[in-house]
Design a protein around this ligand. Structure first.
Ligand code: GUN
Length: 296
């Protein structure tokens, strides 16, 4: 039997339409548009593509996009000064500094200067702390997007066995926290986990976020499990061109899983949609306008 495909692209499109509607309402109530600022340092081609897509998606949702480009040899002091200027700018509700930063710039130092209440990436330690103790803050976009897809597919996650493969601060750890808060029983697996296939085999929910192309095989998966593949790996295809694959061996996994996200078109499109969501939520909070955040 072949797994159902979880269409992240379609879900993200629906979310973006909802955001656009709430962005219009925000503008009518606040007398200004919500605004998201993105800072790009250097010329990394992949980052340039991401930043361009973020800018386009922001304007398409009826929000202001502010883009700042700095040279690869910008000093940490210059970058921090830019972040502080954005912290103080009332038109800016969300600040994102595109990562990775060029060598020599300390990412943690830069992120920790972002006003936590404008940190729509959820990377500031204050927001990591808020998530871990259950206070309102900002949750990193990719794991929040994965949770949305899981709830859409499965409804209540109470009592489900979930395995998160990967323990990064950006995906694995917050994902495990979100699943725990949703009453799943969570195991965090990683490169040193013993008997990883057996650990994965217990799971009703598998979230793969390790950055290893096609590592999770179909025979690791419990029949009927829901598989969320966060990996985006560029590998050489048979035709000599490169192709994108996830951390899950899609062809074998889809024969066993109940539902699975494809790569591309699964988790990927969710990240920008959730970023817009976080930026709009920030705008509502900063203007003290009521919003049912769970509806977004
Ligand atoms: N680089 C790749 N993805 C992201 C993201 O979600 N946020 C930031 N700040 N940088 C990234």
């Amino acid at each position: 039997m072949s797994a159902a495909l979880i269409d992240g692209k379609a879900f993200a499109e629906g979310l973006r339409q909802k955001i656009a509607k709430f962005a219009d309402e925000f503008e009518a109530k606040a007398g200004r548009k919500a605004g998201l600022a993105v800072v790009l340092v250097g010329e990394d081609p992949a980052s340039q593509v991401y930043v361009r897509s973020k800018g386009k998606a922001t304007t398409a949702a009826g929000m202001n996009s502010f883009e700042y480009k700095m040279p690869a040899d910008a000093s940490e002091a210059d970058l921090i000064a830019k972040v502080e200027e954005l912290n103080a700018d009332p038109a800016v509700d969300g600040i994102l500094v595109q990562l990775p930063l060029p060598k020599g710039l300390d990412e943690q130092a830069v992120i920790s200067t972002i006003d936590p209440d404008k940190d729509v990436d959820g990377f500031h330690i204050i927001n990591a702390g808020r998530l871990s103790v259950g206070q309102k803050g900002f949750v990193p976009c990719t794991p929040l997007g994965c949770l949305m897809l899981l709830k859409d597919r499965l409804g209540d996650l109470s009592g489900k066995d979930a395995v998160v493969i990967g323990r990064s601060n950006i995906v694995g750890k917050p994902m495990a926290q979100l699943l725990t808060d949703a009453n799943a029983t969570v195991t965090i697996a990683h490169s040193r986990t013993a008997n990883l296939p057996e650990v994965v085999k217990r799971a009703d929910i598998v979230v793969a976020a390790v950055g290893r192309p096609e590592m999770v095989k179909g025979d690791w998966i419990k029949p009927g499990a829901t598989v969320i593949d966060v990996g985006i790996n560029r590998v050489d295809g048979e035709d000599g061109k490169t192709k994108l694959v996830g951390d899950v061996d899609f062809d074998s996994a889809r024969e066993v899983a109940g539902a699975i996200t494809p790569v591309p078109g699964g988790v990927g499109p969710m990240t920008i949609a959730v970023l817009l969501r976080n930026a709009l939520v920030s705008a509502y909070r900063r203007e003290n306008i009521a919003l049912d955040e769970d509806a977004l």
